[in-house]
Design a protein around this ligand. Structure first.
Ligand SMILES: [Cu+2]
Length: 194
């Protein structure tokens, strides 16, 4: 009888041990959120993600946003567009950049303007190789509109191009550059970025 319990305990340990060890650690570096202007409905959050083992970013949320998606920006016929993706693969020990002009966490249906110097909490939901979900909440500083974005990606791309269309698409679902999300707009269309 005693041996039976010992065997059970060992089995339990064997099950719990490796499973727990498999949860990847995702390191989030240099997160930031782009500041908004009045009435702006959406903005991007950027960061670098590095997972200790294969993982996937599958969702995100924030108290400042009614809707948060993971977006990819691509150039289609010389026009920058962005679209929601189901997840972003994080290969083991390989840094994945979320940056203007590329992948980003899209904060939509903003409940308040985001001003430079503030901090925004963002909860990132990941999946491990076994599709077990785990999450991590970070605090991202808000940076001014022009900050860091002026370089490679071209602020205009986000502001006047795909992101502008995006804002309108969310408001009115009329813009050709819109995403085609099924959700109903919570507020009038956001003005295009300056
Ligand atoms: Cu976006």
């Amino acid at each position: 009888m005693r041996a039976f319990f010992v065997a059970l305990a060992l089995a339990g340990f064997a099950l719990v041990g490796p499973a727990a060890a498999q949860t990847p650690v995702v390191t989030v570096s240099e997160p930031w959120v782009r500041a908004t202007v009045a009435q702006q409905q959406a903005t991007g959050a950027f960061m670098r993600l590095s997972a200790s083992q294969n993982a996937r970013l599958v969702a995100a949320s924030s108290p400042v946003a009614g809707l948060t998606e993971i977006h990819e920006m691509t150039v289609v016929n010389d026009v920058m567009r962005m679209r929601a993706i189901a997840g972003l693969d994080l290969p083991a020990a390989q840094a994945v950049e979320l940056r203007p002009g590329g992948y980003h966490v899209m904060l939509m249906q903003l409940r308040q303007p985001l001003n430079a110097g503030e901090r925004v909490a963002i909860t990132l939901v990941f999946e491990d190789a076994n599709r077990q979900r785990f999450s991590q909440t970070i605090e991202a500083p808000v940076r001014p509109l022009g900050a860091a974005a002026a370089g490679a990606h071209g602020h205009g791309g986000h502001g006047q191009g795909a992101h502008g269309a995006h804002g309108q698409g969310h408001g009115a679902h009329a813009a050709p550059g819109g995403h085609g999300h099924g959700h109903a707009p919570a507020a009038p269309a956001a003005p295009q970025r300056p």
